[in-house]
Design a protein around this ligand. Structure first.
Ligand SMILES: *[C@@H]1O[C@H](CO)[C@@H](O)[C@H](O)[C@H]1NC(C)=O
Ligand SMILES: *[C@@H]1O[C@H](CO)[C@@H](O)[C@H](O)[C@H]1NC(C)=O
Ligand SMILES: *[C@@H]1O[C@H](CO)[C@@H](O)[C@H](O)[C@H]1NC(C)=O
Length: 328
């Protein structure tokens, strides 16, 4: 990547500068043994050098171009981490934020988002939308199903949050919600004094702004990125069909190993309504999960109509699994 970048005359000078090696001010670092700092961008950026170069073309110290969708496009192509820029991101006044914990369930004000370039121009418009399997009208915190999720079951595959918390014997304090949509899982957990980080992208809607306006912690990374957390830190990891990364089974395998890495021994992995498409896929997933040797505290296979996907009835798997203590 580096060689390629420096040889290419048409690349943005900011990109070259960012990737340059910088001498450490005090010479060799006694701890790391390094003499220079290397900034990096993701390996896959190589596939999108043209877009990356476009992203890095801006006026230094000036206002950043309004190009969050370009940044997201790069991230979705695996260009993560993305290069840093020396420009000022436009600020939004964020009018109408509510104090915590009222913020968790109050409708979010329209003025917390720059709607320019989005299909909707206010939250009213997003309310009825199906934006994915786990976001059917998920911006509507007042009517509909969103405010009942995790406290009211619509099928045997919906587990209730208090039941799952009781499986953790009071030890669930911090969690990570993968592909957490509008943040409702995090909000339910916040009601119970559990701190949850919600990973969410901004595909077709301002999910990150919404989660943040609710007073929750949004994390803007794709599922291809190694989770930016240390080993064995979370008491709980929650994931639903967002885990269905598509493509080769190895991809899901890498993801599962990373989930295992960040979960502490005794911690819970809650797989919530994972759509398996068919029985064969369920078998593959089951085999994969069983390799980790987790204790199956709950394991429910059912059928559900995928209202935001194929519209067909699919096999769904919900499970609560407890990570064992592994001694090498
Ligand atoms: C957002 O804008 C819509 C349309 O103008 C309006 O109906 C709605 O009440 C606004 N929401 C808030 C919270 O101000
Ligand atoms: C929203 O973004 C557009 C360009 O995408 C920009 O012209 C406008 O000033 C922005 N509005 C606010 C309030 O930042
Ligand atoms: C959450 O913490 C607050 C402050 O310590 C406490 O008053 C409240 O009862 C706790 N709520 C739950 C559900 O444990």
């Amino acid at each position: 990547m580096k060689v390629l970048i420096f040889l290419d005359p048409i690349l943005a000078s900011e990109l070259k500068l960012f990737l340059q090696r910088h001498q450490l001010p005090l010479g060799k670092d006694s701890k790391s043994g390094m003499t220079e700092m290397v900034a990096s961008v993701g390996h896959s950026c190589e596939k999108s050098v043209d877009l990356l170069s476009q992203y890095m073309s801006y006026k230094v110290s000036g206002p950043c171009p309004d190009d969050w969708s370009l940044a997201q496009k790069l991230i979705l192509r695996g260009c993560e981490p993305l290069a840093r820029r020396r420009c000022l991101a436009k600020s939004i006044p964020k009018v109408g934020l509510h104090p915590f914990p009222n913020s968790l369930w109050k409708p979010v004000g329209n003025k917390t988002v720059n709607w320019s370039g989005l299909g909707c121009k206010n939250f009213e418009c997003l309310k009825g939308k199906k934006l994915g399997r786990d976001c059917v009208a998920c911006f509507d915190l007042v009517n509909g199903y969103e405010n009942q999720r995790f406290v009211k079951a619509t099928s045997k595959n919906d587990f209730l949050i208090d039941d799952v918390l009781s499986l953790g014997s009071g030890g669930i304090r911090i969690g990570f919600d993968i592909g957490g949509g509008s943040g409702t899982f995090g909000a339910r957990m916040a009601d119970r004094n559990v701190t949850v980080i919600t990973s969410t992208l901004n595909i077709d809607a301002p999910f990150n702004e919404f989660v943040a306006a609710r007073g929750l912690f949004p994390l803007f990374v794709s599922l291809d990125h190694r989770f930016p957390f240390y080993d064995n830190v979370f008491d709980l990891v929650h994931a639903s069909s967002a885990l269905d990364v598509g493509g080769k089974p190895e991809k899901l395998e890498f993801l599962m190993f990373d989930i295992d890495r960040i979960l502490r021994a005794g911690g819970l992995f809650w797989l919530d309504n994972f759509y398996c498409a068919n029985d064969e896929k369920k078998k593959v997933l089951t085999r994969l999960i069983e390799r980790f040797g987790y204790k199956k505290l709950k394991w429910v296979v059912g059928e559900k109509v995928d209202s935001a996907g194929s519209g067909k009835s699919e096999v769904v798997l919900s499970a609560v699994l407890q990570k064992p203590v592994r001694v090498a």
